[in-house]
Design a protein. Structure first.
Length: 295
């Protein structure tokens, strides 16, 4: 005979039964993550191996102006307004876009994490000053700041890296500060403090290893935003200077002919779309994975 405690269980579900377990939703999206990782690997390999690929140089004429795609390596994606290979320019543009996005993201990640760690652990005046600076930069319209820096400084890849790093550093600083404040109050940090651990050990060996994974999980998403920002500036003529190709610059070159030759705009736009989408999907998976590990 089954004894049932009202409010605890039922004959259909014993009290010690945790209930039905739903399958993890993320398991059904593994194929999407795999496709995203594959696309990113393809873009990175193409950018790294661009000098040895059997493609015509991005500045040389390889076919008829505004030529349609054909069954050849140079003409696989068609030709631009001057007859240059679209595929060659897409590959060379990947070098500029990835260089700007990855280097800017890494600089912002390192500087922002260091500032956030100081602000979240030391508190007091240090926290007040760093928070004021980051809040001021975040309050400034990003596009206006980028346009101002691009108009004052000489347009170059170095200028883009500095400008975009300055734009994204406050985001990492606030994220690192919030995570530092959460980990700094844990029992193991208090135990290390009571055992006489100094400030460098507490920050570098106790708190920092726990803060970095959560902050680094957002790096792919930030790199995606930086690639879009670089493409926007190049589209406006304030990004990567000619003759170096960039995805945003290619869209600008073909915008006047989009009604008759849509591939001139669609090819670089689709490349940006797929790359940004893949980075967002991979970044979302990393945030879920690091979140589970933290819990």
């Amino acid at each position: 005979m089954t004894v049932v405690d009202p409010g605890v269980g039922s004959p259909l579900q014993p009290a010690d039964d945790p209930g039905p377990r739903l399958p993890a939703v993320r398991a059904h999206r593994s194929w999407l993550v795999a496709l995203s990782a594959g696309w990113l690997a393809l873009v990175v390999l193409a950018a790294v191996l661009a000098p040895v690929l059997p493609l015509t140089d991005y500045g040389q004429v390889a076919g008829p102006p505004r030529g349609k795609p054909e069954l050849s390596l140079d003409g696989l994606l068609g030709y631009d307004v001057l007859g240059r290979s679209m595929l060659s320019r897409i590959v060379s543009g990947a070098q500029a876009s990835l260089l700007v996005g990855v280097v800017s993201g890494l600089i912002a990640f390192v500087v922002g994490s260091f500032l956030g760690l100081l602000a979240g652990f030391l508190r007091g005046v240090v926290d007040t000053v760093i928070s004021f600076v980051t809040d001021t930069l975040l309050a400034f319209p990003p596009l206006v700041m980028l346009l101002a820096l691009a108009s004052v400084l000489r347009p170059s890849i170095g200028t883009l890296i500095v400008s975009l790093s300055l734009l994204m550093t406050p985001t990492f600083a606030r994220l690192a500060r919030a995570n530092t404040m959460r980990w700094a109050s844990r029992e193991f940090v208090m135990a290390a403090t009571n055992m006489g651990a100094g400030l460098p050990r507490l920050m570098g060996r106790e708190v920092l290893p726990n803060v970095l994974p959560s902050v680094a999980a957002y790096l792919p998403v930030v790199i995606a935003a930086l690639i879009v920002a670089e493409g926007s500036l190049s589209f406006l003529g304030l990004g990567v200077p000619a003759p170096t190709p960039s995805w945003g610059g290619m869209i600008n070159d073909g915008q006047d002919l989009i009604s008759r030759f849509p591939n001139l705009v669609f090819v670089p736009a689709a490349t940006i779309l797929l790359t940004v989408l893949a980075l967002n999907i991979v970044g979302d998976r990393l945030r879920v994975r690091f979140g589970e590990r933290t819990r």
